[in-house]
Design a protein around this ligand. Structure first.
Ligand SMILES: [Zn+2]
Length: 350
């Protein structure tokens, strides 16, 4: 993956797609190869756009919440966005994928606006554009840099990707990251990029469901898992793996401690793998403090995201969260102690 800065952000990590592409089940294998081909085609398009400087931000007509949902009608990425199916202020569609994309992108907008006073991904009210029914039975969802694109899933391993608020929140957070720290999509900065996307994806869901840290499921993608897998989710921020010895998915590879950090070159240096370490620290700190995480660890992490740079690593992340916890809650506060304790538990603080 030569061009990391302009990466295509997919909800399914390469380690899942690669495993499925080598499945003993022909149907699973074929769909996985299709999904990989789709993302390769999209990456080529992205690279061309990036080289042309065409990082399109569509301004909202009124500078506030503005959603557009398109139907790609099973077309490939070349056909994006597709036909307009629902717009802000317009009527609901008969198509549930259209309505889910509309509602879930709206909840994500509302979360960032109400909790952090952030006006859309760029903080200037850019339009939230989604395309649904991308590809045929496509097992993936993407943030392309300009818009969201959702597959329908194969109804076996995965179902409609629009169903999941944490998936939508995750992908749109990649847009927030692009407009803030812009963390490089490789190695530790890349794992932090994935980490922030999981953190705010989970927080949007907790906020929408009015859940305290104790009540939250801390899962990513549990609503898109299909009937033919026992995996509870794609990832979990808790200590337990999301799946173990699953016939299709194998075992969740995410480490929860620096002792198990991945040092290979796959997945851009393990961006979807090593995100498990800060993810787990965030979950631990939130549970230790208690209450609603978007009021406690959420603001600490949001301020940290704004303060980091494109090359920030895990150590900088740790230092900055401790500083922001002190600014927001006081040094030696319960909150700061909980954050320090959580980093210590995952092997990132003394
Ligand atoms: Zn991601």
């Amino acid at each position: 993956m030569p061009e990391c800065r302009h990466a295509l952000h997919c909800i399914l990590p390469p380690y899942i797609l690669d495993r499925l592409a080598n499945s003993d089940v022909a149907r699973v294998r074929r769909l996985a190869i299709d999904a990989i081909a789709e993302s390769a085609a999209m990456r080529a398009t992205r690279a061309t756009l990036a080289s042309m400087g065409a990082m399109a931000v569509v301004p909202s007509p009124r500078g506030r919440k503005h959603r557009l949902v398109y139907d790609a009608r099973n077309g490939s990425f070349a056909s994006l966005p597709g036909r307009l199916a629902r717009e802000e202020g317009g009527r609901a569609s008969k198509d549930r994928a259209v309505n889910e994309a509309f509602l879930n992108s709206g909840y994500t907008y509302d979360f960032f606006k109400k909790v952090f006073d952030r006006n859309s991904l760029d903080d200037r009210g850019m339009s939230l554009i989604s395309s649904v029914h991308v590809g045929r039975r496509l097992n993936n969802a993407f943030w392309t840099g300009e818009q969201m694109a959702y597959g329908d899933g194969d109804d076996s391993l995965f179902v409609r990707f629009t169903r999941s608020l944490d998936v939508v929140g995750h992908e749109l957070t990649h847009g927030v990251i692009t407009h803030t720290s812009n963390l490089e999509y490789r190695d530790e900065p890349g794992a932090l990029n994935e980490h922030f996307a999981d953190v705010f994806g989970s927080l949007v869901k907790q906020w929408r469901k009015h859940q305290t840290a104790d009540e939250a499921d801390w899962l990513i993608g549990n609503d898109i898992m299909g009937p033919d897998t026992d995996a509870v989710a794609l990832r979990t921020l808790t200590e337990q793996p999301a799946y173990e010895d699953d016939p299709l998915l194998g075992t969740d590879p995410q480490p929860k401690h620096m002792d198990d950090v991945y040092t290979g070159s796959q997945d851009n240096g393990g961006v979807h793998i090593n995100s498990g370490i800060p993810n787990h620290a965030f979950c631990r700190a939130s549970l230790e403090i208690g209450g609603e995480a978007w009021e406690t660890t959420g603001p600490i992490w949001y301020r940290t995201l704004l303060a980091l740079s494109d090359t920030s690593d895990f150590n900088e992340m740790v230092e900055r969260t401790l500083q922001e916890a002190a600014v927001l809650f006081g040094s030696r506060s319960l909150e700061q102690k909980a954050v320090r304790g959580a980093w210590k538990a995952v092997g990132l603080a003394a």
